[in-house]
Design a protein around this ligand. Structure first.
Ligand code: UDP
Length: 312
C-alpha cells in the first residue's frame, strides 16, 4: 500500500511510519514540526519507500499519485502542548481532519483517525467502553483537544455514512515509550527526567488520580490491526492496567534507582480522576489483541532512552 501519515514526526506518528515501512508499504510522512521532530525520523530518511513532506494539514493537502490509506495523527497531544497551542490544536483536529478526509474521498483511501481517551473527558464510568458518551467541559483548558477530537470523530463518521469512506477511529489511551519529548510535560517524561536528574518528582494533586499506560509497540500493533479490520466505529486501544500517579512516580523512581523526593503540586483544572480502557471490542475484532509489554518493562526501556537523550 501507499500510505500518508500526518503527524509523522511525532512520537506515535514516527513509530507508525516505521512499522508501515517494515510491513513493506510506501509511506508519505507529513508534519508541520510544531511539536514533532525530524530526529524521530532519522531511521527512515534514506529509505526509498519513505518520503517526508513539511506541510500544515489545516491547509489544503496535495499528494500526487495513489494513496491506499491516510492515517491522521497530526496534533499536539500533551496537555502542556495544547494549552500552549490551543488554536492550532482546534484547527488540526477540525480543519485538518476535514482536509485529510477530503483527500481520502478523492483517493478512495481508508482513513484512520487518531482519536483519544480524552473524548471521555473526566469519566463518570470506569473502565470506559466505546458506548460511553463522556463528560467533557467544552470551555475548560483541555476542551481545545477534547472537542477537536470529538468533532473529528463526528466528521469521520459523517464521511463514512454520507460518502462511504472507509474509516477507522482509534481511541488511543495514554501511551509511552522512546521518542516522547523530554519536556512535553506529561507524567512519564516528567517523572523519568526528574528521577534521572535526582530532582523532586512533581506529582499533581494527591496522586490518587489514575491512568492506564500502554507501551508504544503494543499500541502500534493494535493500530495496525485496526487499519486492516472492517470496523468503522470507534475502538479503544490502550492497556487496561490502571495505576495511580503516585504509584507511577514511585515505580519510575525505583526503576531509575533515583534519590529524588516526591513533591506534590496543584492538580491542573479538569484533570480526569480516573481512566481505563475497556478493550473488549478490540480483543473481539482485532484477533484477540491486548497489550503484552508489562508497564515496568516498558518504563525500563523508556528510562534507557531518556538517559541517552539527557547525555546528549
Ligand atoms: N501528572 C503529574 N505530574 C506531572 C505530570 C502529570 O502528576 O509532572 C499527572 C497529571 O495531573 C495527570 C496524570 O499525571 O493526572 C497524567 O498526565 P499526562 O499529562 O501524562 O496525561 P493526561 O492527563 O493527558 O492523561
Amino acid at each position: 500500500m501507499r500510505i500518508l501519515v500526518t503527524g509523522a514526526a511525532g512520537f506515535l506518528g514516527s513509530h507508525i511510519c516505521e512499522r508501515l515501512i517494515e510491513e513493506g508499504h510506501s509511506v508519505v510522512g507529513m508534519d508541520n514540526l510544531l511539536t514533532g521532530s525530524l530526529e524521530n525520523l532519522d531511521g527512515l530518511f534514506g529509505n526509498e519507500r519513505f518520503l517526508f513532506v513539511k506541510h500544515d494539514v489545516t491547509n489544503y493537502i496535495v499528494v500526487p499519485g495513489k494513496l491506499d490509506a491516510i492515517l491522521h495523527f497530526a496534533s499536539p497531544a500533551s496537555p502542556d502542548d495544547y494549552l500552549r497551542h490551543p488554536i492550532p490544536t482546534l484547527k488540526v483536529g477540525a480543519l485538518g481532519t476535514h482536509k485529510a478526509l477530503g483527500l481520502a474521498l478523492e483517493k478512495k483511501a481508508v482513513f484512520m483517525l487518531a482519536s483519544t481517551s480524552e473524548v471521555y473527558g473526566d469519566p463518570q464510568v470506569n473502565p470506559q467502553p466505546e458506548t460511553y458518551w463522556g463528560n467533557v467541559n467544552p470551555i475548560g483548558p483541555r476542551g481545545v483537544y477534547d472537542e477537536a477530537k470529538r468533532f473529528a470523530e463526528a466528521m469521520s463518521t459523517a464521511y463514512h455514512n454520507y460518502h462511504g469512506v472507509e474509516v477507522r477511529i482509534a481511541r488511543i489511551f495514554n501511551t509511552f515509550g522512546p521518542r516522547m519529548r523530554i519536556n512535553d510535560g506529561r507524567a512519564v517524561p516528567n517523572f523519568i527526567t526528574q528521577a534521572l536528574k535526582n530532582r523532586p518528582l512533581t506529582v499533581y494533586g494527591d496522586g490518587s488520580q489514575t491512568r492506564s499506560l500502554c507501551y508504544v509497540s503494543d499500541l502500534v500493533e493494535g493500530l495496525y490491526r485496526l487499519l486492516n479490520s472492517k470496523l468503522n466505529t470507534p475502538v479503544n486501544i490502550g492497556n487496561p492496567h490502571e495505576m495511580t500517579m503516585l504509584e507511577l512516580a514511585r515505580t519510575v523512581k525505583a526503576l531509575a534507582r533515583s534519590k529524588s523526593a516526591i513533591s506534590f503540586k496543584p492538580l491542573p483544572q479538569d484533570d480526569p480522576r480516573v481512566r481505563r480502557p475497556d478493550i473488549t471490542l478490540a480483543r473481539r475484532h482485532l484477533g484477540n489483541w491486548s497489550p503484552e509489554v508489562p508497564v515496568k518493562d516498558g518504563l525500563a526501556g523508556t528510562i534507557r532512552y531518556f538517559r541517552r537523550k539527557l547525555k546528549k
